[in-house]
Design a binder for this molecule. Sequence first.
Ligand code: SAH
Length: 336
Amino acid sequence: MSNFEQHLKDIIRENGPVTVAAFMAMAIEHYYSTRDPLGTRGDFTTAPEISQMFGEMIGVFLAQSWMELGSPAQFSLVEAGPGRGTLMADILRATKSVPGFHAAMRVHLVEISPVLMARQAEALQGYNIEWHTDIHDALASPAPALFVANEFLDALPVHQYVRQGGRWFERAVGLNGDQLAFGLIESDFSCDQSEENKIWEVSPARESVIRDIAGVIARCRGVALLIDYGHDRSGFGDTLQAVREHHFVNVLDHVGNADLTSHIDFQAIKGAAVLHTHVHGPVGQGHFLRNLGIELRAARLNQPAEMARLIDPGQMGDLFRVMALCHDPDLKLPGF
Ligand code: SAH
């Protein structure tokens, strides 16, 4: 048993079961702060690790967004959850020849993992980067902002609720003997869904981050691009998943040593953003990358297989959704 699992069991013995959201937050923090989980020798592979074309297309999106904003002489380029820094490195390489873009940008990275921060510093040598552990610090500048996040929201915790006998309970992780086990605890949650014994997921953490980003975009002007796996409409379902060495594993096995995520409810995210911003999408990643010209680029680089992984509906093309927020409905954002 890992030290983290022992620690979690001690907490549960002392205080009782922890909610799925608290469990997720603790496990993810431990997981990311102790390793680089990406790549073939890690636990999972993300789009920027599959192909440089992903970051190049996002570079095109950001450069065009900047020009749509009127090419401001100063702007913040913010990435949350930058992994190995690969996406930002590809964005910066792709935008190098856009006149004025690099001179105007200040790059901010939001990262909780010291291990990954070191990888990012390596990947982005030669650039002036500011790191933050809290997203609010990265969004503090009054300059216009271009914000990007790939597979960041899925790492933020989700609560799970179940209705039984007309009352809502929250799903929690407790102990059955010496084994971690799911159970239900009292809750004051309520919502207008009436089906019983099905899991309803809610992520105040994700919605709050989106509200904060949307607030900054509305106030300072700018564009936020969010890419993640999920569904366009809210619905019942248990989407909590653990991945280790590129395979799904039981959520309560390998706690703190497997990547723990859940699918994004884009309807909820959109609901949190529309108060302040105009929302584009979500659209499939395949649609987005094709509109930005990935087919031409793949032909030039002779990388049809990498492109297929990113855009085919059976691979990442549909499950991965792309959504953008901007302050002005008249901005012409490419890709949608
Ligand atoms: N965007 C990268 C990595 C995705 S993995 C890519 O596409 O390859 C998730 C990333 O989010 C990691 O860098 C992880 O350390 C970071 N992360 C997870 N929880 C976070 C949090 N609460 N705040 C900031 N970063 C977080």
